[in-house]
Design a protein around this ligand. Structure first.
Ligand SMILES: Cc1cc2nc3c(=O)[nH]c(=O)nc-3n(C[C@H](O)[C@H](O)[C@H](O)COP(=O)(O)OP(=O)(O)OC[C@H]3O[C@@H](n4cnc5c(N)ncnc54)[C@H](O)[C@@H]3O)c2cc1C
Length: 631
């Protein structure tokens, strides 16, 4: 377990107050995600209360070379908000201030830690366009960072479409703020939009200016049983075209419903058992008639009161929990062009069965958006085979491996299936520009040419070169081309903070490279900050410093010639974020990281639903059950 250097602990405590720097057992709930699949560890959870504190914490962590994972409600489903590699957790939940609702503009400014439910409840006549089942815990910052979608994207778009402005803090502590809420504002790059979906890799969101939509009235919800996914898709398509007030078109299948009936105490929604179910919701005068026209004489349950609609919605909204009743699920969230939706939804269980015949596969999602949530409870080892099968299938259909949850840690490996080399290189350049020190979420969305050491290949002796060009045999080592030069690359993103896994490898590579045998693991180290990258018996190359100023490389001494071996004068360049940097002033390398006892009363319990198995969902009023046949 990594611990914080006591000086850093005291500096953080001086900024946020000692009770808000959690260590030890108090950090447990912040280190595991909602599904229980992503379990990490952290030396500390830091809980600032405002933008100034966020800025000071980030500046300090960047200076100390400590990576940071921003965290909101911790309801994310791709492992992006948990410290899988020993990062410090920056919890934003104390940024929970919300300004008054601006009725002129139908907007509100909310702190990053305000929950989506609190925004939705801010005004009786207005609502937030985003509705997700985790809204009782999911925060504004997290929803912007993941560009959350949900149940009303069809009508109001994803979280990015609700953004009218943002305040955020860059890794070096710089605050950028654009919260005027102007609808028309072409004064340069739209960075609020860039931060939407950035998954905590570009900046920490501290406030967002959000548009509010008129609260929907005369709502009608219908749950229709259908013979299969083809009929379901055709009906949803028809509803999109013919029901002007349509708000949602959601689906699930008998598989998930049976689990909820067996384990969550839900009664079957219709007298007959259907293979597939479509939930349609519409608002406004005429909504009931419009829905009835489209649904025709199919078996359906309809709710008009809040209680009845809530009961019908619970079948769909509790589906994210269904797989959890069977085991620890792999939660995939994919989308395809409309024309491929039926193939995706109907064939994906068979695709999974090819790699794990006993796995349980539960599908549900947002049919009108081309989005299917594929929840898999594996019977065989969850070693990536399930993701591989589903993502490859989705890619073959021209789809996306992440419709709304993001890439996070879960999908980083498969990003090349969805994004070209040129696109990913652009991502890396954007990331380097905003966070050159790789402080923010370094293991999310993968930094590509992020943190690694490069040797000019032509400088490398043939035997080492041979090793470097065989990634399969050398773990994280591979050849890369940067700024027109071939480099051999040792990727330093993989090792955990404070651990020394790559040392033998680094040593093994450096020793012959330098033409002498003094680069032993003891003399060739990777510092805890992971920005001091290469050391040999004679010299350390380091890169750090917030200024980012380049310094010319000092002359490299010739290494003593050993008989029988070729001497070389290596040009070792340390590179980060795709920008070749030479030696920069180093912050003092950290020494031991002493353990510190957790401050009393600092812990946090994970929020749970009433059912005790997930984040609190904002429950619609419970009421009597009434199913009305559609006319
Ligand atoms: C039951 C359930 C249902 C769900 N339904 C949906 C759904 O329908 N649609 C959907 O899109 N998602 C859904 N989700 C996923 C999840 O709720 C959303 O991704 C949500 O937006 C995450 O918000 P959060 O505050 O919990 O963020 P977290 O989980 O804490 O973090 C998510 C990501 O955002 C980053 N982050 C968090 N806060 C900040 C910040 N202030 N600044 C910068 N980066 C930050 C984190 O580093 C991480 O990468 C569901 C989850 C559950 C458990």
């Amino acid at each position: 377990m990594v611990t914080l250097p006591s000086t850093l602990f005291h500096s953080l405590a001086a900024i946020v107050g000692e009770p808000h720097v959690l260590t030890g057992d108090a950090t447990a709930g912040f280190a595991v995600d909602w599904t229980g699949r992503f379990q990490g560890h952290t030396p500390a959870v830091v809980r600032p209360r405002d933008t100034a504190e966020v800025a000071a914490v980030l500046a300090l962590c960047t200076d100390a070379g400590v990576p940071v994972v921003p965290q909101g409600g911790n309801t994310g489903l791709v492992g992006g908000g948990v410290p899988l590699h020993g990062e410090v957790v920056l919890s934003l939940t104390r940024l929970n201030q919300m300004g008054p609702v601006d009725h002129e503009a139908s907007q509100v400014t909310a702190g990053a830690g305000v929950t989506l439910q609190q925004v939705a409840d801010a005004d009786p006549g207005l609502d937030l366009g985003i509705l997700i089942a985790s809204r009782g815990s999911a925060t504004v910052g997290g929803a912007v960072a993941t560009n959350a979608g949900g149940l009303r994207v069809l009508r109001f778009g994803p979280m990015r479409a609700q953004l009218r402005g943002i305040e955020a803090v860059l890794a070096d502590g710089t605050v950028v703020s654009h919260l005027a809420g102007l609808v028309k504002d072409n004064t340069g790059y739209d960075y609020p939009s860039l931060l939407a979906g950035s998954e905590g890799t570009l900046a920490v969101i501290t406030q967002a200016r959000l548009r509010l939509v008129p609260r929907l009235r005369d709502m009608v919800t219908a749950l229709v049983g259908l013979s299969g996914l083809e009929e379901l898709h055709a009906l949803a398509h028809r509803a999109v075209r013919e029901v002007p007030g349509l708000v949602s078109a959601e689906f699930f299948t008998r598989t998930g419903l049976d689990i909820l009936v067996a384990h969550a105490g839900l009664a079957p929604p219709l007298p007959g058992r259907a293979p597939a179910y479509l939930l349609l919701e519409a608002s406004g005068p005429g909504a009931l008639d419009n829905l009835a026209d489209v649904i025709g004489d199919r078996e359906a349950a309809v709710g008009e009161s809040a209680a009845d609609r809530g009961r019908l919605w619970s079948y769909r909204e509790r589906h994210p929990e269904a797989a959890g009743f069977l085991g620890v699920p792999i939660k995939l969230d994919v989308s395809v062009p409309a024309a491929q939706w039926v193939r995706l939804a109907s064939e994906v269980p068979a695709v999974v069965a090819e790699v794990d015949p006993e796995a349980a596969v539960i599908t549900f999602g947002h049919v009108a958006d081309g989005n299917v949530h594929v929840n898999i409870v594996p019977a065989q080892t969850a070693d990536g085979r399930h993701e591989n099968a589903v993502f490859s299938f989705v890619a073959s259909l021209g789809g996306s491996i992440s419709a709304e949850h993001g890439i996070g840690a879960l999908k980083a490996r498969w990003l090349p299936l969805a994004r070209t080399d040129a696109e990913r290189a652009l991502f890396a350049r954007i990331r380097s520009a905003l966070d050159p020190s790789a402080t923010l979420n370094p293991n999310v969305l993968s930094r590509l040419s992020g943190r690694w050491v490069g040797w000019h290949l032509q400088q490398v002796p043939a035997n080492v070169r041979h090793q470097l060009q065989l990634p399969a045999q050398c773990g994280d080592v591979s050849g890369k081309r940067l700024n027109g030069r071939d480099l051999a690359v040792l990727d330093l993103r993989q090792p955990r903070l404070g651990e020394a896994q790559p040392l033998p490898l680094l040593s093994q590579l450096i020793t012959p490279l330098l033409g002498h045998d003094r680069a032993t693991p003891a003399s060739c180290f990777l510092s805890r900050s992971r920005r001091h990258v290469v050391s040999s018996a004679r010299r350390t190359t380091t890169m750090t410093g917030r200024s980012g100023r380049m310094r010319p490389p000092p002359p490299w001494p010739r290494w003593p010639r050993r008989s029988g071996r070729r001497s070389c004068t290596p040009t070792i360049s340390a590179t980060t974020g795709g920008t070749t940097s030479w030696w920069r002033r180093s912050s003092r390398p950290s020494r031991g990281w002493p353990t510190r006892a957790a401050p009393a009363g600092g812990g946090r319990r994970r929020r749970r639903t009433a059912a005790g198995s997930g984040p609190s969902t904002s429950t619609r009023p419970a009421g009597t059950t009434r199913s009305t046949p559609v006319r």
